[in-house]
Design a protein around this ligand. Structure first.
Ligand code: HEC
Ligand code: HEC
Length: 143
């Protein structure tokens, strides 16, 4: 058989097999542009005043612990302000009776606070009491 005819037949076969095994993607919202947004309304964060909350067990080593207390009344972290440091920072944690920042939050050589950790909320998140949106079989490694 002519080489280009063989290639043509092979490509056709690939397309046919490809189409037969095609399964449409199903999105949670629905694929139609006009479908209604199924996102639930935002829930209030669980957790009350700091100093009254049990810490939440970690599930894997290197996990940033989740924030067990309320955060609603704190100001946004900005370039110059960080209320989290008022309790958790090295200068305040003893008198505020708060857990100290993790060792990884300090530069090893100088022991100074590592400014790359300034935006606490990029790693530490408050919690809401909500059912999981999808099945979750994660078991962690701290058993
Ligand atoms: C008024 C003091 C105070 C402020 C402000 C504060 N915290 Fe806390 N935080 C605490 C205390 C006290 C605990 C221990 C749990 C408790 O008693 O609520 C804690 C617990 C935590 C923990 C859990 C630590 C662990 O080992 O599980 C994280 C993470 C945390 N805070 C992050 C933050 C972040 C991020 C902010 C800023 C948005 C913040 N906190 C603001 C006092 C404070
Ligand atoms: C890049 C991610 C990241 C950022 C940003 C960050 N943390 Fe953490 N944090 C972690 C991880 C991971 C741990 C677990 C222990 C460790 O690695 O030091 C931790 C641990 C902690 C702990 C518990 C310390 C312990 O006993 O292990 C506190 C309290 C805390 N962080 C507060 C803060 C605050 C307040 C800020 C902002 C000033 C902040 N973190 C910014 C990742 C982060």
């Amino acid at each position: 058989m002519n080489k280009s005819v063989t290639i043509l037949l092979a490509s056709l076969l690939t397309v046919i097999v490809g189409c037969a095994s095609y399964e449409p993607l199903v999105s949670m919202r629905g694929a139609d542009v006009a479908s209604a947004d199924k996102a639930s309304t935002p829930l209030a964060y669980a957790g009350k005043r700091p100093g009254t909350q049990p810490v939440v067990a970690r599930t894997f080593s290197t996990q940033p612990p989740v924030i067990p207390h309320a955060v609603d009344n704190f100001d946004e972290v900005t370039l110059t302000e960080n209320q989290c440091m008022d309790c958790h920072g090295p200068a305040n944690y003893v008198k505020k009776n708060s857990p100290k920042l993790g060792d990884s939050h300090f530069v090893a050589a100088t022991k100074a606070f590592d400014a790359s950790r300034h935006v606490c909320s990029s790693c530490h998140v408050p919690q809401v009491d909500a059912p999981a949106l999808v099945e979750n079989r994660f078991i962690g490694n701290l058993k």
